[in-house]
Design a binder for this molecule. Structure first.
Ligand SMILES: CC(C)(COP(=O)(O)OP(=O)(O)OC[C@H]1O[C@@H](n2cnc3c(N)ncnc32)[C@H](O)[C@@H]1OP(=O)(O)O)[C@@H](O)C(=O)NCCC(=O)NCCS
Length: 218
């Protein structure tokens, strides 16, 4: 993997537009939405909301991914973080909940994973969920823990359904999705993809939520 030059912003979140009140140019969502700022640790890796100051480090993170990982996450051979996500971070768009996982501290911190959900334009109760872990850190549990964190955040934000599109051949993501409670279904429009879906408010998932909370606290 290529050496990354950029460092993530320092670990405070004061620079996040959403932490300063109404997101720029975005009507606040009532009842549903994203947690504004979270900060937690997963196996000594700091996980917190992405801020505009993280954008250069996020670009370096995406550039440092293998071609396979980039294609698995973005489906198309992107060279950098899609502009839509950059804009979502920079504007503090509350429909997007983006978590960065960081190794190291302060100016030396590097992004090792990006996990996110985005509330659908067509259905404000539903979010699209995605996660990507830097190649060197895959298969060590970080993706699974981040997915549990995202599910918990989505549930707390009042969302009713988490869903996502996954490449049919993506065994790692399908395994992770099943392990975290998602159902895997045929994709209605694209035979190269499958759809993953997890209701967030059934009795069963509320019980799963308690387990998740316990796991995250462990
Ligand atoms: C999918 C991804 C996020 C998983 O992250 P991770 O940190 O490796 O996840 P975990 O270690 O928590 O678990 C991954 C699971 O996949 C399995 N796995 C990992 N790589 C695998 C591979 N190449 N083939 C088959 N299974 C694999 C692991 O054994 C583990 O299985 P389990 O759930 O039965 O324990 C990571 O592989 C990744 O970033 N891939 C590229 C981007 C991507 O595909 N994103 C998903 C698009 S939404």
């Amino acid at each position: 993997m290529s050496t990354r030059q950029s460092s993530a912003a320092a670990d405070d979140d004061a620079g996040h537009p959403a932490s300063r009140g109404t997101a720029l140019g975005v009507k606040p969502l009532v009842g549903v939405g994203t947690s504004v700022v979270v900060s937690t640790e997963i196996d000594a890796t700091l996980v917190r909301s992405a801020t505009p100051r993280d954008v250069p480090a996020l670009q370096a993170f995406v550039q440092g991914l293998s071609t396979l990982s980039r294609a698995a996450r973005f489906f198309v051979p992107v060279a950098e973080l899609p502009q839509m996500l950059v804009e979502a971070i920079e504007s503090g768009d509350r429909r997007h909940h983006l978590l960065v996982a960081l190794d190291g501290a302060g100016a030396q911190a590097q992004v090792v994973a990006l996990a996110q959900y985005a509330i659908l334009d067509a259905d404000a109760d539903t979010c699209d969920i995605a996660v990507v872990v830097t190649d060197a850190r895959q298969r060590r549990g970080l993706g699974g823990r981040l997915m549990l964190r995202l599910i918990e955040d989505a549930r707390r934000a009042g969302l009713l359904l988490a869903q996502g599109d996954v490449l049919r051949y993506n065994r790692a993501m399908l395994s992770l999705a099943r392990r975290t409670g998602f159902e895997v279904r045929r994709h209605p429009d694209d035979a190269t993809l499958v759809k993953i879906a997890l209701p967030l408010k059934t009795n069963e998932t509320m019980a799963a939520s308690r387990t998740t909370t316990a796991l995250l606290a462990a």
